[in-house]
Ligand binder design. Structure first.
Ligand SMILES: [Zn+2]
Length: 464
């Protein structure tokens, strides 16, 4: 039976003195020493033990792992050796929270993360080890696993960077910090959470480059883009962007604001929290600790005379009530809602006690979206039915995927749909109507990407 390489704490010290090419040629990674033996991972059952014993000059024990795991490990080996060295030095350096080795360690992790499009860096504590995982294109990958002794110094350093109380380990802490990587400022949100084995620490890299996107650069189809742009010229009404967490709603929302952001318009956003700062936009950061909670802000925001109001998320009866009231009184309201598709959005609004005639009068458009991972062009392979499947290579960190593409369905509320909403009995009448109108649903649009060989069926089914 094969083991997983990711379940072992690798002692990177024994890797010193061996070059990567040699390890690669012999299909091995030495993991650690156990009494007289060197424990060595390989993916070849027929690997020549005698030859390996000669290399290590010591008896060895082999464990068998997947070849792809070895490839992933080889690819980042130099960096991991470096991290390991920083970490070791940091521990020897009196465990001071601001010692420079651990700062170098963290900057090295950030550098790797930014280069590889990582959105979140997770440090998780277990009984004997700390695991470092990175989220790329929405999926977590274990990157590094090291001894628990390092955890304390990592935690202290991150808290020190975030200006947080180093001694406080019993409650969740939040902070925000700017780090310069290769001359560019990156905002990083820090979150800590007490767990049974210590704290879990998550760093979110807020990619301002991503948020500055123009609407036409997001990847909407031409027709969709035109429909959204025309809706944004309205002076009143409600526009909803929906989808689960990680479906790219925030990026769409901000790019819509970019589109309407002119000197003649007053735009106010209500966010929890404000992630990206926008020029020329009045952004309100909710802060319940200081009585700046959702209802209070919503109640007062219309007195600030906005033209356009962005509500981060409609989450309850009260926020929907105010969104509708604002859209009825000469404001364009843009908001998100956690629903799976456009039709479900209408039922959700009704479930939130909004009268159907008011929804019919205010709702102008529902954009429902997902982000599908795109197959790595370097390694994808043809599957059955002329579609493509993921494989994995150096280019894509052995995940088989690289970058993501937005897939959407856009329901424009015309007079007929508005009438069907105001006379709402059940969704079937709206569905029947859309069937006659060539409505392109999320799954139709997602399927197009599969047919074009840009994504796989497995990715399609996992998101749609
Ligand atoms: Zn690849």
């Amino acid at each position: 039976m094969k083991n997983s390489l990711f379940d072992y704490d690798i002692d990177y010290e024994i890797l010193e003195g061996f070059d990567n090419d040699m390890l690669y040629q012999h299909d091995i990674i030495p993991l650690y020493k156990e009494q007289l033996f060197v424990i060595v991972a390989t993916s070849k059952e027929e690997n020549d033990i005698d030859k390996l014993v000669d290399i290590f000059n010591q008896p060895i024990k082999l464990i068998y792992v997947e070849h792809q795991e070895l490839q992933f490990e080889w690819k980042n080996l130099e960096l991991k050796k470096k991290l390991y060295t920083f970490a070791k030095k940091a521990i020897n350096y009196n465990m001071q929270s601001n010692n420079s080795y651990i700062l170098e360690f963290i900057d090295e992790v950030l550098f790797f993360s930014i280069k590889n499009n990582v959105s979140d860096i997770h440090f998780e504590c277990f009984e004997n080890s700390v695991v470092l995982r990175c989220r790329i294109d929405g999926v977590l990958n274990q990157f590094f696993r090291f001894n628990i002794v390092l955890y304390q110094v990592i935690s202290s350093t991150i808290k020190y960077l975030g200006n947080l109380d180093l001694a406080q380990k019993r409650i969740p802490l939040n902070s925000r910090v700017t780090r310069v990587v290769e001359g560019i400022n990156y905002d990083i949100r820090i979150s800590t959470m007490p767990t049974i084995h210590g704290e879990s620490i998550v760093l979110r890299i807020l990619d301002n480059g991503n948020i500055d996107k123009n609407l036409q650069d997001i990847g909407f189809e031409q027709e969709t883009l035109k429909a959204i742009e025309s809706i944004l010229t309205l002076t009143q009404g409600l526009v909803l962007v929906t989808g689960p967490t990680g479906s790219g709603k925030t990026t769409t929302l901000y790019s819509m604001l970019n589109k309407v952001n002119t000197k003649e318009k007053k735009i106010i956003t209500i966010e929890d929290p404000v992630e990206y700062k926008l020029d020329g936009v009045v952004q309100v950061n909710l802060n319940p600790d200081m009585d700046l909670d959702y209802p209070t802000v919503l109640k007062n925001v219309l007195r600030q005379d906005p033209d356009i109001l962005l509500i981060g998320e409609i989450r309850d009866v009260e926020s929907l009530r105010i969104a509708i009231q604002a859209s009825l009184t000469g404001h364009l309201v843009i908001a998100t809602l956690h629903t799976n598709n456009a039709i479900e959005t209408i039922t959700r609004l009704l479930d939130l006690n909004a009268p159907s005639y008011l929804i019919a009068a205010t709702l102008k458009m529902v954009i429902s979206q997902r982000l599908l991972r795109l197959l790595c062009e370097n390694c994808k392979e043809e599957d059955v039915d002329f579609t493509y499947k993921s494989v994995g290579c150096k280019e894509c960190n052995f995940t088989g995927y690289k970058n993501r593409q937005v897939v959407s369905e856009v329901l424009k509320i015309n007079n007929e749909i508005a009438r069907l909403i105001s006379e709402y009995k059940d969704v079937s009448r709206i569905e029947d109507y859309l069937d006659t109108k060539n409505f392109y649903s999320l799954s139709t649009n997602g399927k197009k990407l599969v047919d074009a060989g840009k994504t796989s069926y497995s990715e399609f089914y996992s998101k749609l």
